[in-house]
Design a protein around this ligand. Structure first.
Ligand code: GLP
Length: 259
């Protein structure tokens, strides 16, 4: 069955629902993608073909397709048409280990690279002064990178550290934690806060997803064994790429939670 036929047969199934036509068509295309009847990279039939086959107006088809492009289900390539978006292989990430992006990806056999968005020494913001314990005369080292695994951009990470631990942000190689390790400043503990976000235009463009799609905002404050804060990082991860996994244990009354 052709892609147009698959969508059309889904549409016939939903035509009893009484929902507006564009919504029925949108759900039919989504359903055909979810059931694997049309797969990642497959071309969608032209607007005209869908309209004539389903006997609906091209305006209705366009509205349904635009919604699916916005939702990241379809992608439009200028001049060549509309396609089912490539499916992300989700990365499962434990929430109990303090590892670096480079280590996480290497463990999965993925190639890591970064695009530098910013690195340099700056006067600290009030928030950086508070979190990192800096005075207004000290400098903060800022390191912002787009993190890419197997050619897919996964996250934007913006780290701030005291310039006394990272005097030359230009000198970091591919891994911040490896650089900190060489000076005995690799963190041993961190507190991480994860919240939902809708990606803004600039971040969405870097992560190659439509603006407004779901993402994860992650804030990590890392500590040395001495208790000193070493890193304050804000990251934005693609929502379709990550599953954060935490192990939960039942503790009895008065029982300590073992690490
Ligand atoms: C993780 C953390 C960041 C940390 C980074 C270091 O992704 N979320 O807070 O800065 O790892 O990674 P790398 O050593 O690869 O630069």
């Amino acid at each position: 069955m052709s892609a147009a036929d698959q969508i059309f047969s889904m549409l016939k199934e939903s035509s009893q629902s009484g929902a507006p036509l564009y919504l029925q068509l949108r759900r039919s295309i989504e359903e055909a993608v979810n059931r694997g009847l049309i797969g990642p990279g497959d071309a969608l039939p032209s607007e005209r073909d869908i309209a004539s086959k389903a006997d609906i107006s091209r305006v209705t088809v366009r509205k349904a397709v635009q919604d699916l492009v916005k939702g990241g289900i379809l992608v439009q390539r200028h001049g060549s048409g509309t396609f089912v978006a490539p499916r992300m292989e989700r990365v499962e990430q434990s929430l109990s280990r303090l590892t670096s992006f480079t280590e996480d990806m290497a463990r999965r056999g993925m190639n890591v690279r970064s695009v530098w968005l910013d690195r340099g020494l700056y006067a600290p913001s009030p928030e950086e002064m508070m979190v990192l314990g800096l005075s207004s005369t000290e400098l903060v080292a800022r390191v912002a990178r787009l993190r890419i695994a197997n050619d897919t951009p996964l996250a934007i990470e913006r780290a701030a550290l005291s310039a006394s631990v990272l005097p030359d942000p230009e000198a970091i190689g591919s891994s911040l934690y490896a650089a900190l390790e060489t000076t005995g400043n690799r963190p041993v503990r961190a507190v991480q806060r994860i919240s939902a976000t809708n990606l803004g235009d600039a971040d969405a463009r870097l992560l190659e997803v439509p603006p407004g799609v779901a993402g994860l905002q992650i804030e990590r404050i890392s500590y040395l064994a001495s208790g000193k804060v070493i890193e304050f990082t804000r990251s934005v991860y693609r929502g379709d790429a990550y599953d954060f996994v935490a192990e939960l244990r039942l503790t009895g009354p008065g029982e300590e939670l073992r690490p």
